[in-house]
Design a protein around this ligand. Structure first.
Ligand SMILES: [Zn+2]
Length: 236
């Protein structure tokens, strides 16, 4: 329930997509900006500040203004910055979701450390949300976005999540499930680094190796039913 003339300043929904609709007489005006590097950087620099929209309007790029009544729903793709004015009070219903294209903005949200304004637990949740977006992309023909998103943020993951065993295990599970499905084999890696004869070997060695190294250090921590990114005899 939102009263007339209330205002929610610029924020981002943790890197998830959302669909919202007002009910009955409720009307809202949305200021929406795309999650470009410039805009995410700006949000990170203005973490915790007040009057973000007032400060950002002159410098944020690509904004649109949308007026919605109960006749419309608004879909905000993952990572979008938005501020909301309620011009006629009432109820709003919202649903979060993840699509096969959420993984890139979700990763960039973490890359720019926008989540740093939250408590540690909530920040950790954001890293798990990324894995959810990664899985959705990998399992729904969004592999190329998934590879690109993972590789663009893998240094951050290694720095901040390498010792978070539950996260590493969850990441490994997402990749293992992809690799035992029908993975793409014949593509050029987005890192444009030295490519081994096979893309999958390169992916496992160069980009997923540190997840496996973690397993070597902490085999007692393995969940039952884990599948190996590399064959078990090699991991032993
Ligand atoms: Zn690569």
């Amino acid at each position: 329930m939102t009263p007339k003339f209330s205002f929610v300043d610029l924020y981002i929904d943790y890197g998830r997509d959302s669909i919202s609709a007002t009910l009955h007489e409720c009307e809202k005006v949305w200021m929406v900006y795309p999650p470009t590097p410039h805009n995410l950087q700006w949000m990170a620099e203005h973490r915790g500040q007040h009057a973000k929209l007032a400060q950002g309007m002159a410098v944020l790029e690509g904004g649109v203004v949308v007026h919605t009544t109960s006749a419309e729903a608004i879909y905000l793709p993952a990572g979008c910055l938005h501020a909301v004015f309620t011009v006629a009070g009432g109820f709003l219903v919202s649903m979060d979701c993840t699509t096969q294209t959420s993984v890139w903005p979700c990763g960039q949200y973490l890359r720019y450390n926008v989540q740093a304004e939250f408590e540690a637990d909530e920040q950790r949740d954001c890293y798990f949300l990324f894995l959810e977006a990664l899985e959705v992309a990998l399992q729904n023909a969004g592999e190329r976005d998934a590879f690109r998103a993972w590789i663009a943020v893998e240094d951050v993951f290694q720095m901040k999540r390498k010792n978070d065993r539950a996260w590493v295990r969850a990441a490994r599970k997402v990749w293992d499930e992809y690799l035992k499905s029908e993975p793409l084999v014949d593509i050029e890696c987005p890192c444009a680094g030295a490519v081994s004869s096979s893309f999958l070997d390169h992916l496992k060695e160069r980009h997923l190796g540190w997840l496996v190294d973690d397993r070597r250090r902490s085999r007692h921590d393995m969940a039952d039913g884990d599948i190996d990114i590399i064959p078990r005899q090699q991991a032993a």
